[in-house]
Design a protein around this ligand. Structure first.
Ligand code: DUC
Ligand code: ZN
Ligand code: ZN
Length: 466
């Protein structure tokens, strides 16, 4: 047998365990896993390296409309370049209609923005903010049918938050047409109440963003979202879970046999609300929702990661420039934390942080790392078995890791469009040294390589929704 490419001698993290073997690739597909493979146009010596499934980051924001005068710092070109440089081969950003735009029109325009720009494969979740009869009765069913098989609903933010009734209506469409619902669980009324009180008391700096979105705000909404999904009879994914109490809600729901899945992110095991409490407006760099908590929450999140409460470890990459009036320094942001755009960058640093804090520190195995960063994303969002695992028949999406490479995270080494990283100076061990998308190298030794070969992935119904 001859191959386009053979990757030789890596420690390969396959669906059935970790083994040293060669990977034979033809036409962008893994065709053989075996020993002493020969006959290839291209041979990659990977001895001493670990071959992991290319990262799938199923929670990123790219070129998303963010309000008047506000611009996201990444378009598809920079966002997917940064993703590829961080060991990812697929990202799933969110398509959000702008103002009164229809969902269908938003998808068309978002497709145009991505076309020919991507260094990873991409697929879109749909954000549902309108529940009129055209959106729910016609457009959403047609789009799910066409391969947009996941949607996100918000329980917070003016203009995005849905009522319980509206959420149930969206869930009912998802049930009928077999799509995964993702929920941003924070209680909008409680946040508004706390924010207005804080501002009245002159508490205006970024720290009060965190103080006005306390844990009970998230715990209550998590409980309510799970109850609504139970009433509607659908599986549910709770995204960006930040603390132990919300994790307990998820575990209790599972204990009752509900199909509830959960995601957490690097910020909830490595940042705290104190990071928002800095002079010179620097705290704005860490404003995201839910906010980072205290370091006492970190072990509770780790327990959830280790024990299986969490299925997904995503970045929630949501990049805004720090030194720009189109970003964190928006008009009024310095005098009122409510005007600071919400979100932090992290698509390039997600995998190294989990590898270092999780695998290298002995908290999780390589197999669990692969599940949390790739396999479960593919399974829950309708990309498996094409994506998410190193196995015969799957796309040859592989990240080669140097497990010993020690590095301090630095803005100057990253490829995103923002002008800072929340993890400046954070020490990690282990870094991806080569990213391979469908058999072709997209990153080598920290730099992007080649043309933007990423393509759009139309997805099937997730197995748990069938
Ligand atoms: N929710 C997200 O999912 N990302 C960034 C901001 C937010 O509130
Ligand atoms: Zn969210
Ligand atoms: Zn997000």
């Amino acid at each position: 047998m001859s191959y386009d490419t053979i990757i030789k001698g890596a420690k390969v993290v396959t669906a059935s365990g970790v083994t040293i073997c060669d990977i034979g690739i033809t036409n962008g597909i893994i065709v053989t896993l075996g020993l002493a493979l020969e006959n290839a146009k291209n041979t990659i010596d990977a001895s001493g390296l670990i071959a992991l499934p290319g990262g799938i980051d199923s929670h990123v924001h790219i070129s998303q409309p963010s309000g008047p005068g506000i611009e996201m710092a990444d378009d598809f070109k920079s966002g997917t370049c940064s993703a590829a440089c961080g060991g990812n081969t697929t990202v799933l950003p969110f398509c959000l209609p702008e103002g009164p735009q229809s969902l269908r029109k938003a998808v068309e325009e978002y497709q145009d923005k991505a076309l020919g720009q991507c260094m990873t494969d991409v697929s879109f979740h749909l954000i549902i903010k309108d529940t009129d009869s055209v959106t729910l009765g016609q457009e959403l069913p047609a789009l799910i049918q066409a391969g947009y098989t996941s949607l996100k609903v918000f329980m917070t933010y003016a203009g995005l938050a849905l009522t319980d009734r509206q959420i149930l209506e969206v869930m009912s469409v998802a049930r009928e047409h077999k799509a995964m619902v993702m929920v941003h669980a924070e209680n909008e009324d409680a946040i508004n109440f706390l924010q207005e009180n804080a501002l009245r008391d002159g508490k205006t700096n970024p720290y009060h963003h965190a103080m006005t979105r306390p844990i009970p705000v998230e715990r209550e909404a998590t409980h309510r979202a799970i109850s609504l999904a139970e009433i509607a009879g659908i599986p549910l994914t709770i995204v960006h879970v930040s603390n132990g109490e919300a994790t307990q809600e998820i575990l209790q729901a599972r204990g009752r046999g509900l199909k509830v899945f959960a995601e957490t992110c690097p910020q909830y095991i490595s940042l705290t609300a104190k990071d928002l409490d800095q002079d010179n407006f620097d705290g704005a760099k860490y404003v995201c929702s839910p906010p980072p908590r205290t370091s006492e929450e970190w072990p509770k999140i780790w327990a959830g990661i280790e024990q299986g409460a969490f299925d997904l470890f995503s970045s929630d990459h949501c990049p805004f420039r720090f030194t720009s009036i189109t970003g964190k320094d928006a008009p009024g942001a310095r005098t009122n934390f409510r005007n600071i755009p919400n979100g932090i960058p992290g698509v390039e640093t997600r995998l190294p942080i989990l590898f270092s804090e999780g695998v290298v520190k002995g908290r999780i195995s390589l197999e669990r790392f692969a599940e949390l960063t790739a396999t479960n994303h593919a399974r829950l969002y309708g990309l498996y078995p094409q994506k998410g695992a190193i196995m015969v028949g799957a796309d040859a999406d592989i990240a080669l890791w140097n497990p010993e490479k020690s590095k301090q995270i630095k803005q100057s080494d990253l490829h995103h469009g923002t002008d800072y990283t929340p993890w400046e100076g954070f020490q990690v061990t282990g870094w991806p040294v080569r990213t391979i998308l469908r058999g072709l190298t997209t990153m080598l030794d920290g730099e992007p390589i080649g043309e933007p070969i990423g393509k759009y992935l139309f997805r099937t119904a997730p197995d748990v929704c069938k």
